[in-house]
Design a protein around this ligand. Structure first.
Ligand code: FAD
Length: 318
């Protein structure tokens, strides 16, 4: 079922959902199940599965020299979506990226998703690889998420990339896109970024999931600004519980988000990561309670592969 239908059917009740990351290449899917199992009692109607960006890796050539190769360290997004859907009878949302894929390869991924009965996809550009300063599409790939949304929208109308197809079997994907309450790091201003977001919605996106934020006012202001821009689709807040002291530097650096002073001073008082984790959980609970009271459609948690803290938050709320 589509994410937007889950939201409609909930009749104003806030839903619980979360995002997981595929295991590293060579690891078992069981570790993923071990993290999903404890969250299933909160009845998520859908679970997102990320796609990892491509990375440079160094491979030992056996003669003491290293070879540099580009690879994706966490493959298997669509397979994991199908496995989870089957095992837990829950809808899954594969993240589909522009980065590293040609339009043709994207079409194959989408056709697989369609055949597997996956009804939702999250359309994203992806980040620059670690050695790059700016994102660059590969030859024959999309430059912006908006163009990927348009491709998925075309498939929903039975329009494939080339005219060689015989039929016009239509997909019917519900399309999610990313939104940034504190603006995307490359955008010159929040207003410009909102215009880009509106372009994604105009291209066919049905809902938005936000980047993590730690000050709810940022989300509320963003939703208001988006409405003024004419964006009427649901805007789902993304919540991440802070878990280790290093997040104080890492999260602002990687995601260009601000951390509230109160949260920073609470974390700075902690002498162990166990204490940091507890502060992170309590902060996320307070954030979630306020968002629940405001009637957000879904509370969507970034698990980053670990479910124990999400479980402690969900126990208080759902
Ligand atoms: P876009 O919407 O294409 O925007 C990228 C930048 O380009 C923005 O600054 C925008 O303002 C600008 N822009 C857009 N259109 C134009 C235009 N026509 N001209 C000039 N500038 C323009 N990354 C992963 O690798 N895997 C994942 O699974 C993943 N999941 C995510 C889930 C969520 C909910 C979020 C919020 C992010 C996720 N990301 C993921 C990270 C995401 O890929 C990065 O934030 C990426 O840098 C931007 O992706 P986007 O889809 O927002 O890009």
């Amino acid at each position: 079922m589509k994410v937007t239908d889950h939201i409609k059917n909930a009749n104003g009740k806030t839903l619980f959902s979360f995002e997981i990351i595929p295991p590293k290449k060579g690891n078992s899917i069981q570790e993923l199940y071990n993290n999903i199992d404890p969250l299933m009692e909160f009845r998520p109607p859908f679970i997102d599965v990320t796609t990892s960006r491509e990375e440079y890796v160094y491979i030992d050539k056996g003669n003491g020299l290293l070879d540099r190769k580009i690879t994706r360290m966490r493959p298997g997004t669509v397979g994991i979506c199908a496995a989870i859907k089957h095992k837990y009878n829950v809808d899954t949302v594969p993240h589909v990226l522009c980065g590293g894929f040609t339009k043709e390869e994207t079409e194959y991924v989408l056709v697989d998703c369609h055949y597997l009965g996956i009804d939702n996809v999250m359309a994203l550009r992806g980040d620059a690889m670690s050695h790059q300063k700016y994102f660059e599409p590969i030859e024959g790939g999309h430059e912006y998420a908006k163009d990927l949304v348009a491709q998925i929208h075309d498939l929903n109308r039975g329009k494939y990339l080339h005219d060689v197809v015989e039929g016009n079997n239509k997909a019917d994907f519900c399309i999610g896109v990313a939104g940034y309450p504190e603006k995307h790091l490359e955008a010159p201003s929040l207003q410009t970024d909102l215009k880009r977001l509106k372009e994604k919605v105009d291209a066919g996106a049905h809902y938005i999931v936000t980047q993590m934020f730690f000050d709810n006012n940022k989300y509320f202001e963003f939703v208001e600004a988006a409405k003024k821009m004419g964006i009427t689709v649901p805007i789902i807040p993304g919540i991440k519980p802070l878990a280790v002291k290093r997040h104080l530097q890492l999260l602002p650096q990687v995601f260009r988000i601000d951390l509230p002073e109160t949260l920073i001073s609470e974390i700075e008082k902690c002498s162990t990561n166990q204490q940091v984790r507890q502060v992170g959980i309590e902060w996320a609970i307070q954030q979630s309670k306020e968002l629940l009271a405001a009637g957000v459609p879904v509370l969507h948690y970034y698990s980053m592969g670990k479910s124990d803290n999400i479980r402690e938050i969900a126990k208080e709320l759902f």
